[in-house]
Design a protein around this ligand. Structure first.
Ligand SMILES: [Fe+2]
Length: 247
């Protein structure tokens, strides 16, 4: 069943992967647009392990009208995946949080005061729509922070409406967001404008975290490409990203 696990990962370039902890991925089976089944989950997790990742925080989407995940659905998928990793001999430290869309559903969860799933302590991973920013993003940030959390905004470089004015990234920091850049953004995987914005965020010292945002095998192939690993090391290597104890 797990024959693919025997294939050796071939990394053609030089240099090791720039982080050993991944804080953003969609590797739990069947609960969002990431891995559809446990076999794929194992393949993705083994791929991350072969890159040098040893601690992996799965962050399934929670989007009110699309992926209404709860701690129960996420923890059930986590348990299955942890056991499958043990059975397959993959020694990955695996945990789960979530990637919360900043929608009405999220604001209701916050108002109800139920504990949110966090990356570490009170660090909560969030995303916003790709089409347009929430009109009340300032108020949302204020409510998250006064609710006792530190918001992390996932892949700010992928929101095209921020590209017109790169000062928006400084404003997001002023609102209290930690910024998490997707590693593949730096390689041009999502296109040149996204790569440019990602490099701007890193060059200006605005990023606190980086992530694979791993959904499928194509992401894994791109992350495993030797040339891409060289780019990642140039921008991210040796800079202390993803050391969660610092937050
Ligand atoms: Fe994601």
């Amino acid at each position: 069943m797990f024959n693919f696990l025997k294939k050796k990962q071939v990394i053609t370039g030089t240099g090791s992967f720039p982080v050993t902890t991944d804080i953003h991925s969609h590797i739990l089976p069947g609960i969002d647009d990431g891995s559809p089944d446990i076999e794929t989950s194992l393949k993705l997790i083994k791929g991350l392990y072969d890159l040098g990742i040893r601690k992996c925080i799965a962050t399934p989407h929670i989007i009110g009208d699309l992926y209404p995940n709860t701690p129960a659905t996420i923890n059930a998928a986590l348990s299955i995946t942890k056991q499958a990793c043990i059975d397959a001999g993959i020694n990955m430290e695996l945990s789960a949080a979530a990637e919360y869309m900043l929608d009405d559903h999220f604001m209701r969860l916050l108002q109800q005061g139920l504990p949110l799933l966090t990356l570490h302590d009170n660090l909560v991973l969030t995303e916003i729509p790709y089409t347009a920013p929430p009109y009340d993003l300032d108020e949302m940030a204020f409510n998250i922070i006064t609710g006792g959390y530190k918001p992390v905004l996932a892949h700010p470089e992928r929101y095209y409406y921020f590209h017109r004015n790169l000062n928006e990234y400084h404003r997001l920091k002023e609102l209290g967001f930690h910024l998490q850049v997707n590693l593949l953004s730096l390689t041009g995987y999502y296109g040149k404008p996204v790569a440019k914005a990602a490099k701007y965020i890193l060059d200006k010292g605005l990023a606190s975290l980086v992530g694979t945002d791993l959904h499928h095998g194509r992401h894994l192939s791109a992350l495993s490409d030797g040339g891409n690993i060289g780019i990642l090391n140039k921008y991210v290597g040796g800079k202390g990203f993803n050391e969660l104890g610092k937050f």
